[in-house]
Write a protein that binds this ligand. Structure first.
Ligand code: ATP
Ligand code: MG
Length: 716
C-alpha cells in the first residue's frame, strides 16, 4: 500500500520500482530516452542507503558528467536528509579514478600530488619526442600519435600489450616505443594524462589483488548511468570491482551511444548478460519527458538506423506543438532567428533556464554568443574547456601549477618567458641540458643555472629573479588563500603589467578573465583542490544566480532535458559532420543519427530545428543543403517553415518526378552525393542547385551576395 512507500520511490512506475527493489545481483536497465532510467538509478541509490544496506561511502556510482553527478547527489541528499558531501564515490569515471589514484599513486611510480595534463601539454610532449627521435613531425604528427595513444589507453593497453600489427600504425613501427617514452616522461614529470587516470587504476587493480579485494569489499553496490558509452578500460575496471558480489546495476540506451570516437563500445551493454549470467533485465517504455510529437519525430528518425534494438516508447502526455523545422538564409540569420524566438518565449513567461541551444560542433557557438551579447540575452556555454582554454587562463594556471608542483616542466616551459623577459630558445636549451644532466626538473635546473656562470649575466639575473619569486610564492601558498596567491603571482610576475601595457582591444577582456579566475578560486581552500577541479571540470557553469540560456554541444547535453530546445545547423556537412560523410561508412553516419536522436529527445515541450542555406566555414562561404536527418523526420510530426521564398519546403515542392536534378549534385560535389537515402536526394537537390547557381553569378562574391537584403536573394 502507498503509505509504506518511501518518498524517493513514490512516483516510480512498476518496472522502475522493480529496478530499485532488486538490490542484490546484477541488474541491467535497457530503455529509450526519457523513460526514467536516471530517475530509477537515483532512487536505487537512496533506497540502498535508506534501508541500511550500505553507507553512502559503500556505494560506487558512476555518472557521465560532473553536472549529472551534482544533480544526483543533491536529489539523493534531499531524499535522505543527509549532507550532500556525504556520498563520496558518486562522480564520473575520471573523477573517481583521479581520487583513487591520489591514494595509490606510488604504486605506479607517481606522487600523490601528481598533475593531470591536458591535450595541449600532451601534444607538446609528444611533439618533443617525435623530434628527438629524428622523425618528421609533418609526416608523423603529434595529433596522430596522441590519437593512437588515447585509443590504446581507452582499450586498457599498456605499451607492452601493443602487438606488432598495431604498432605498424605510426612511424614505421615506432608507435609502441613512443608510447613507452611518453609514459616514462609523464612519470618523470609526476604527471599523467586523462587516459592514464583509468589505465593506472586498472593496472593497479590487476597487479595488486589484495588492494582490489579491499575495494571489492568497500563498494557493496555499484551503479552506472549511460552505460552504453563506457569504453573497454572502463568496462574492465568495473568488471574487476563487481566481480565478487556482483551487485552491479547498469542503465543505458543503445540508441544513445555517441562516444564510439572515444572508444566507447555499445557491445558492452549487450555483453552484460554474458558477463553477469542471470542478470535481471528491466525494460522501461513509458516516456515521461516529451510530447508525443517530439517522441514521434525522434523515434521516426532513429528507425533509419539498421544496427539497433527496436524499442517501444509511449507517453501519456498529449497535445503540444509539432517539431518546427525552420530554414533561414545564413548562419547570422539563424542566430537572429533563435534570438527572436527566445524573446518571444520570454514574453510568454518562459524562464531562460528552460531554453537550450544544441550545436554539433563548438565553432557554431560563436554566432549565438555574438548575437546574444548584442541583444542582451544571458547565456552560458557548457561542455568543453572554453574558459580554461584561453591563453591568459592557461598562463596563470601554469604559474600556479609550478607553485604546487615544481616538477611540472610543461608549465615551466609555458611561462618562463611569458610575460616576455628576454629569455630565448637558447636559454631554454641550456636549461634543458642542465636538467637532463642533473636529472632534475627544469625549475630546479634553472635555479642552479642562475647561480652558475653558464648563462650570460642578464639571463642569469632574470631567471634568478623569477625563481626567487617562485620560492616566495611557494611559501606564501602555505598561508594565503588560493585566490590571493593568484593575485600575488599575477602582480609580481609582471603579468598584470604586461596586460596594462597591452593596447590591443583584447587586453581588457584578458584582465577580466583573470579576475573571473580569481573569483572561481575563492571557493577552494587549497591550491591543490583548485587545480584538481580545473583538470576535471567538463562543464564550466557559473553558479545558478542568474537565469541563462544554455548553449552546448549535443555530446555535452546527454542525460539533460529542457522545456524549449533549439537544434541548429542541421545541414549536410555540419550535421551529419563532413567527416562522417567523408568516411562514408554506415557506422559513422549511424552514430551521427544517434546524436540527432539524443538531441531531439532532450526536448520536453518545444523542439525547433534550424538549418541555413549558406554558412561560412573556415572563412569560405559555402551553400549548404538541409541535413538528411530533417528528411527522415516523419512528416506528421513536423511543421516546416522558411524565412526565404525558397528553403527546404520549396525545394521539396519544386522537385519534379521526371527530372533527375540529383545528377547535378553528384557532378559538382561527388563527396556529397554518396551514402544517402533516395528520399533525401529528391528533397534537396534542386535547392542545392539553385544556391550553387546563385553563388556563381559573375561580379558577386559569395560574401557580398550573402549580405544582400533578403528580398533580393529569394530562391525559387
Ligand atoms: P535519458 O535517456 O535521456 O538519460 P532517462 O531515461 O534517464 O533519459 P530521466 O532523465 O530519468 O530519463 O527521466 C526523464 C524525465 O521523466 C525526468 O524529468 C524525470 O523526472 C521524469 N520521470 C522519471 N520517472 C518518472 C515517473 N515514474 N513519473 C513521472 N515522471 C518521471
Ligand atoms: Mg538519463
Amino acid at each position: 500500500d502507498d503509505a509504506s512507500i518511501p518518498a524517493y520511490a513514490a512516483r516510480l512506475n512498476a518496472p522502475q520500482r522493480d529496478a530499485v527493489l532488486t538490490t542484490e545481483g546484477p541488474v541491467l536497465m535497457l530503455a529509450g530516452a526519457g523513460t526514467g532510467k536516471t530517475a530509477a538509478l537515483t532512487a536505487r541509490l537512496a533506497h540502498l542507503v535508506a534501508t541500511r544496506r550500505a553507507w553512502p561511502s559503500q556505494i560506487l556510482c558512476v555518472t557521465f558528467t560532473n553536472k549529472a553527478a551534482r544533480e544526483m547527489r543533491e536529489r539523493v541528499a534531499g531524499h535522505l536528509g543527509v549532507n550532500s558531501e556525504g556520498i563520496p564515490w558518486l562522480g564520473t569515471f575520471h573523477s573517481i579514478c583521479a581520487k583513487m589514484l591520489r591514494r595509490h599513486a606510488e604504486l605506479v611510480g607517481l606522487q600523490s600530488n601528481y598533475t593531470i595534463i591536458d591535450t595541449d601539454d600532451q601534444l607538446r610532449l609528444l611533439k618533443q619526442q617525435i623530434v628527438d627521435a629524428g622523425e618528421d613531425v609533418k609526416r608523423w604528427t603529434p595529433r596522430q600519435l596522441a590519437g593512437l595513444v588515447d585509443r590504446w589507453k581507452n582499450r586498457g593497453l599498456n605499451p607492452s600489450d601493443i602487438d606488432a600489427g598495431e604498432n605498424e600504425a605510426f612511424a614505421n613501427g615506432r608507435g609502441r616505443e613512443f608510447y613507452q617514452l611518453y609514459q616514462d616522461r609523464l612519470k618523470a614529470l609526476n604527471a599523467c594524462d586523462f587516459g592514464d587516470l583509468m589505465l593506472h587504476m586498472l593496472n593497479i587493480f590487476r597487479t595488486h589483488t589484495d588492494l582490489l579485494a579491499e575495494y571489492q569489499q568497500r563498494y557493496k553496490y555499484i551503479l552506472v548511468d549511460e552505460y552504453q558509452d563506457t569504453n573497454a578500460v572502463q568496462y574492465l575496471w568495473l568488471r574487476l570491482l563487481a566481480q565478487s558480489h556482483k551487485n552491479i546495476c547498469v542503465v543505458g540506451d543503445d540508441d544513445q551511444s555517441i562516444y564510439s570516437w572515444r572508444g566507447a563500445e555499445v557491445a558492452n551493454i549487450l555483453r552484460f548478460e554474458k558477463d553477469f549470467p542471470g542478470a535481471h533485465v528491466v525494460r522501461l517504455e513509458q516516456n515521461y519527458r516529451s510530447t508525443p510529437q517530439i517522441l514521434g519525430a525522434a523515434s521516426g528518425l532513429i528507425r533509419a538506423n539498421s544496427n539497433r534494438h527496436e524499442k517501444t516508447l509511449w507517453t501519456e502526455a498529449n497535445g503540444g506543438d509539432k517539431v518546427r523545422v525552420i530554414g533561414v538564409w545564413d548562419a547570422p540569420e539563424e542566430a537572429r532567428r533563435v534570438g527572436e524566438e527566445i524573446e518571444r518565449l520570454e514574453a510568454e513567461g518562459a524562464s531562460l533556464d528552460s531554453i537550450a541551444i544544441l550545436v554539433r560542433a563548438q565553432y557554431q557557438t560563436r554566432e549565438f554568443e555574438d548575437r546574444f551579447i548584442q541583444i542582451g540575452i544571458n547565456y552560458r556555454i557548457i561542455g568543453g574547456f572554453r574558459f580554461y582554454e584561453r591563453a591568459e587562463i592557461r598562463d596563470a594556471l601554469a604559474y600556479l601549477r609550478i607553485v604546487a608542483q615544481p616538477q611540472d616542466d610543461l608549465a615551466f616551459e609555458r611561462i618562463y618567458n611569458q610575460p616576455k623577459r628576454g629569455l630565448g630558445a637558447k636559454t631554454l636549451e641550456k636549461m634543458h641540458q642542465h636538467a637532463r644532466r642533473q636529472g632534475m626538473p627544469l625549475a630546479a635546473a634553472s635555479l642552479e643555472l642562475a647561480d652558475s656562470d653558464e648563462l650570460p649575466a642578464r639571463a642569469a639575473n632574470t631567471i634568478g629573479g623569477l625563481m626567487r619569486h617562485f620560492l616566495a610564492w611557494r611559501e606564501a601558498a602555505e598561508t594565503i588563500s588560493p585566490s590571493d596567491l593568484l593575485r600575488l603571482v599575477l602582480d609580481e610576475s609582471g603579468y598584470n603589467d604586461m596586460l596594462a601595457n597591452d593596447r590591443t582591444p583584447e587586453s581588457a577582456g584578458r584582465a577580466e578573465n583573470l579576475s573571473e579566475l580569481a573569483r572561481a578560486m575563492e571557493e577552494y581552500e587549497t591550491l591543490g583542490d583548485f587545480l584538481e577541479h580545473v583538470s576535471l571540470v567538463m562543464d564550466n557553469d557559473r553558479g545558478d544566480q542568474e537565469e541563462t540560456v544554455t548553449i552546448m554541444t549535443i555530446h555535452a547535453a546527454k542525460g539533460l532535458e529542457f522545456d524549449n530546445l533549439f537544434c541548429v545547423g542541421w545541414e549536410e556537412g555540419v550535421f551529419p559532420s563532413q567527416r562522417a560523410i567523408d568516411e562514408g561508412g554506415l557506422a559513422s553516419l549511424e552514430e551521427e543519427r544517434r546524436l540527432a536522436y539524443v538531441a531531439i529527445t532532450r526536448a520536453k515541450r518545444r523542439c525547433t530545428i534550424l538549418h541555413a542555406a549558406n554558412r561560412r566555414i573556415y572563412g569560405q562561404w559555402v551553400s549548404s543543403i538541409p541535413s538528411r536527418f530533417i528528411e527522415e523526420l516523419p512528416e506528421e510530426f513536423i511543421d516546416q517553415e522558411t524565412t526565404m521564398t525558397g528553403g527546404a519546403s520549396m525545394w521539396r515542392a519544386n522537385w519534379s518526378e521526371n527530372e533527375d536534378p540529383f545528377a547535378h549534385v553528384a557532378k559538382d560535389r561527388p563527396d556529397r552525393a554518396q551514402s544517402r537515402g533516395p528520399g533525401w536526394q529528391r528533397a534537396i537537390s534542386s535547392g542545392y542547385e539553385t544556391a550553387q547557381t546563385r553563388l556563381r553569378e559573375p561580379g558577386r562574391s559569395a560574401a557580398s551576395f550573402a549580405a544582400k537584403p533578403r528580398s533580393d536573394i529569394a530562391i525559387g
